[in-house]
Design a protein around this ligand. Structure first.
Ligand code: ADP
Length: 485
């Protein structure tokens, strides 16, 4: 194919191919066509990138010695560059992931806002003083870790990479980013764009490649000082072990199986479309997707009926048509989801909608799937407990609030929960009792904002992305005691 793009990675401010000369194919999930290649980086490339990042943060280097205000100005320039190239970035995101165009555009704007947010924080976060006694001034200093490694997933390639890269840079670290092999085009472009916006060479390095090659080389590298990982529990466990070899601290954002809890007094006109969006957006490939519906048995039938009607109106289509539901990322991912659907059928669950690819011939070559609804899903079911990462919602009725809480907490995950009720005291009661890092009341996703800390309980991980907490996570604390007696 003549118009195939051959991308390169950015290491130490230079655009390079993989040292071993190998590359990976990029496939458009909407058509199944090969559209580009990206370098298949390995140990040697990771070594070079980590060394370049080290150079950028050793004492006296331009990045380390910049005043926080100037660092902030540079990050603001990156935000402006993202906005100036929003169309290009969004089209790369669409090509790589198949997501609907408006969702891709939203993701690019979210990335720009993240840079804006952290840019404003560079000169505001500091340490404190501690009263230890007369004649002593005790100070805490917040210093950068040094080299921060980031391993990121394919579902929101740009936004999730920036969510880690931007605060790490803001606090004075250098970064080596390993984006997901399924979707690295936007991250490779980001690195070039940031360099042109004025970021010194070596401050942001991107090594594309496979998880078990470039990813494992980075996670276990003795030259990194901190590791952030977003992805599956399985791989999170592996990278944590690799980092442990060098006592490198980690921050993990893993999966979710987030429930909506719907009470009889819920405003269903608002709840139903929000619930549908929460598991259909990005084809359900979102760690915080609302994929379990716990509903009071008194309104179970009404709610299920309304959901079936709403799902019949979900537009499945090509990304350029800006549908509600685009393709999944790959054939592999779609067959994984179909295996879950089959397992639900084998368990005897009631399938109320979807369950198969759409019949529209225009969509025959992409990795599409109808939005899928299962009813009466017991907590013992795999579909209730495991993260499917596809547009599948499982309904489970409950008798009272205690049972609702038990069901909400009956998975290994604890990322997000939504409570639907008009009764403030019931909402707060549930908010206190659910084990999850975020709770929404009568909404879902309204706090998707650079300033709001995001992260999980239990196997959804630890550490917080976004917000001031994330910025603080990219610093380490030093105590300095000065005697002036
Ligand atoms: P997802 O469920 O999103 O596919 P994964 O956990 O498989 O998530 O992948 C998330 C990121 O982890 C990707 O960048 C992937 O390349 C990387 N990865 C996968 N396997 C490994 C590994 N063994 N070591 C380090 N990184 C890995």
């Amino acid at each position: 194919m003549t118009d195939l793009r051959h991308e390169r990675m950015l290491i130490g401010g230079r655009e390079v191919s993989a040292a071993g000369g190998r590359s990976l194919d990029v496939t458009d999930p909407a058509t199944g066509r090969r559209v580009a290649t990206v370098p298949r980086g390995g140990q040697e490339d990771v070594d070079l990138a980590v060394n370049a990042a080290r150079e950028a943060v050793v004492h006296g280097s331009p990045w380390r010695t910049l005043s926080p205000r100037v660092r902030g100005d540079l990050l603001r320039a990156v935000a402006a560059a993202i906005r100036a190239q929003a169309a290009e970035l969004a089209s790369l995101e669409v090509l790589d992931t198949g997501k609907p165009v408006s969702q891709a555009a939203g993701e690019v704007e979210a990335a720009a806002r993240t840079f804006d947010f952290v840019a404003g924080a560079t000169d505001k976060l500091g340490g404190g003083t501690i009263p230890v006694g007369p004649g002593v001034l005790d100070l805490t200093l917040r210093e950068p870790w040094g080299v921060c490694a980031q391993i990121t997933p394919w579902n929101y390639p740009l936004a999730l990479a920036v969510r880690g890269v931007a605060p790490a840079l803001a606090m004075g670290n250098a970064v080596v980013l390993k984006p997901a092999e399924e979707a690295s085009l936007s991250c490779l472009h980001l690195a070039r764009l940031a360099l042109h916006a004025g970021l010194p060479p070596g401050v942001l390095n991107v090594v594309s490649g496979l998880g078990e090659e470039a990813g494992a080389a980075l996670a276990g590298h003795p030259g990194i000082d901190h590791l952030s990982f977003t992805g599956s529990v399985e791989v999170g466990t592996i990278v944590m072990q690799l980092a442990a070899r060098n006592i490198v601290p980690v921050s993990l954002e893993l999966g979710g199986k987030s429930p909506h809890i719907v009470l009889p007094d819920a405003d269903l006109d608002k709840a139903i479309p929000t619930i549908v969006r929460s598991f259909v957006a990005n084809a359900g490939q979102t760690c915080s997707a609302g994929t379990r519906l716990l509903v009071d048995q008194r309104i179970h039938e009404v709610v299920v009926e309304a959901l079936v009607q709403a799902l019949a109106k979900v537009r499945v289509g090509l990304p350029a048509e800006d549908p509600d539901l685009g393709p999944l990322i790959s054939e592999r991912q779609r067959s994984r989801v179909l295996t879950y659907i089959q397992s639900g059928l084998d368990e005897g669950l009631t399938l109320l909608a979807g369950g198969a690819p759409p019949t529209d011939p225009r969509l025959a070559h992409g990795y599409f799937l109808e939005p899928t609804l299962f009813d009466h899903t017991p907590p013992t079911s795999r579909l209730f407990r495991e993260e499917i990462f596809g547009p599948v919602l499982c309904v489970t009725p409950f008798r009272d609030l205690d049972e609702a809480v038990r069901l909400a907490n009956a998975t290994e995950f604890g990322l997000q929960t939504a409570v639907w009720t008009q009764d403030v005291s019931v909402a707060l009661h549930l908010a206190h009792r659910v084990e999850s890092g975020l709770v929404y009341v009568n909404s879902y996703g309204v706090a998707e904002n650079a300033g709001v800390p995001f992260g999980g309980y239990k196997k959804s991980g630890f550490g917080r992305e976004r917000g001031l907490e994330s910025l603080l996570g990219y610093t380490r604390l030093k105590n300095v005691a000065v005697s002036f007696a």
